[in-house]
Design a protein around this ligand. Structure first.
Ligand code: ADP
Length: 230
């Protein structure tokens, strides 16, 4: 199997870019639900693999927990396999991939029509990112993200804990540095495409969702996104 995602006239392929704490995961989940897309989060996939102790999890654990990036080779393989599944061809939102220019190039090579990729960058000032990361909790049992006022997991009732890579300020700082050095250059890779958009992530989740919906519709073409809902 080539792992190429065929170009479907109605499928929406969306990439969310933004630093840790920008709200990509929250918004990706919402937009996936609203538009019937598969949400593919490499961070969630890695955390699940670590929790289950799979080979990928064993290879990734120390890297993720110190705030570095898992190798391009491994991540490209993981995403290639995931995008080869049937649901992905019907439309997806990618959260956490690509994280390097090499990953962005590889993603283009997996798509029959890379011009159809909608890319949205969520911009948030650094001080706000640090504040959000140190407040963010996930479920110890199922890994779901918790809302700021939750005291137990809304999905399974599990205990809420800090994410291993959010807990220490040195790791948070490292991840922001890794983002600036390794991930931000992908903005330069995408920004001249007509399907690239930038939105302000320093507002309420509803405000960001609204900005995101406008960005997506203007990038994708309202006609096509309406057809997706049928
Ligand atoms: P955040 O939402 O805070 O940016 P994620 O949940 O997306 O974090 O990812 C957590 C960690 O998983 C990253 O810091 C990194 O170690 C690893 N990771 C996730 N996606 C990738 C990727 N595409 N390439 C390399 N490492 C990744």
């Amino acid at each position: 199997m080539s792992g190429r995602v065929p170009a479907g006239p109605v499928a929406m392929y969306l990439v969310m870019i933004g630093p840790p704490g920008a709200g990509k995961g929250t918004q990706a989940e919402r937009v996936a639900r609203e538009r019937g897309l598969s949400k593919i989060s490499t961070g969630d996939m890695l955390r699940e693999a670590i929790q289950q102790g799979t080979e990928l999890g064993r290879r990734a654990k120390a890297i993720v927990e110190r705030g570095d990036l898992v190798s391009d080779e491994v991540m490209i393989g993981v995403v290639r396999e995931r995008l080869a599944r049937a649901d992905a061809a019907r439309g997806f939102v990618l959260d956490g991939f690509p994280r390097t220019v090499a990953q962005a190039r590889a993603l283009d090579s997996m798509l029959a029509d890379c011009g159809s990729l909608v890319v949205v960058e969520i911009v948030v000032p650094e001080a706000e990112l640090v504040r959000r990361m140190s407040a963010r909790r996930i479920c110890a049992a199922c890994g779901a993200n918790a809302g700021p006022d939750d005291c137990q997991c809304a999905r399974c009732g599990g205990e809420l804990v800090l994410r291993a890579d959010d807990g220490e300020s040195a790791v948070r700082t490292r991840r922001l540095g890794v983002y600036a050095r390794q991930t931000e250059p992908i903005v330069g890779y995408y920004e001249r495409r007509p399907t690239f958009r930038k939105i302000d992530g320093a507002q309420s989740p509803d405000g960001v969702a609204q900005a995101l919906a406008l960005a997506i519709d203007s990038a994708f073409g309202v006609g096509k996104s309406l057809r997706l809902k049928t």
